[in-house]
Ligand binder design. Structure first.
Ligand SMILES: [Zn+2]
Length: 192
């Protein structure tokens, strides 16, 4: 069920198909594949019995949260398709969506997790690029150049077995560091 909201079908990977939650004389309600909230689109006067309400451009992409989820392709369209679960009323009220609420929350939760992972990966990538680029290895310099909070530099270092010792970063646990990082920072045992 969930994949209807978030993934493309194999037959047509170009356009995202989004299931319509409810339709009335004026509105088509969906769980937005960009931000995971309920969105109310206009039906375009097509009535309540159509199966397919055409394609739409997400109108939430100007909000920061939506930008986060797909920076490379923020304006991709999606196609609005109904199913037997679609609520069809003369007039949809917000309370009519209650039956869909838990599914909406779960879609949103999954998205937030994806955004968090992506943010983390982007941060890690910027830190790695920075330690490759700069020769001075003070925490504030790295955090500044990589545009991350200092605590993320510390966490990244520790995750890679690197600790601040005697005024400089060194690889203490070589099993956690790549050969490249051992080369950049030097190993603790090498200084002895
Ligand atoms: Zn949205």
């Amino acid at each position: 069920m969930k994949e209807n909201f978030n993934e493309c079908t194999e037959e047509d990977s170009r356009i995202l198909k989004v299931q319509v939650v409810a339709v009335d004389m004026k509105h088509v309600v969906i769980i937005c594949p960009v931000c995971g909230q309920f969105h109310w689109h206009g039906t375009g006067g097509f009535g309540i019995n159509k199966l397919n309400y055409g394609t739409r451009v997400p109108h939430c992409t100007t909000k920061d949260i939506a930008k986060k989820c797909d920076k490379s392709e923020p304006y991709k369209e999606y196609e609005l398709i109904t199913s037997k679960e679609t609520i069809r009323r003369e007039k949809t009220l917000p309370k009519d969506l209650t039956a869909w609420r838990s599914r909406q929350r779960s879609v949103r939760r999954d998205m937030e997790e994806q955004w968090r992972l992506k943010e983390e990966a982007d941060r890690d990538e910027r830190i790695l690029k920075t330690v490759r680029d700069i020769s001075r290895m003070e925490r504030w310099l790295i955090s500044d150049a990589a545009m991350v909070a200092p605590i993320h530099v510390t966490r990244w270092m520790n995750r890679h077995g690197i600790y601040y010792e005697d005024g400089q970063y060194r690889v203490v646990f070589a099993s956690k560091a790549s050969p490249e990082l051992c080369e950049i920072f030097g190993k603790y045992e090498d200084k002895k």
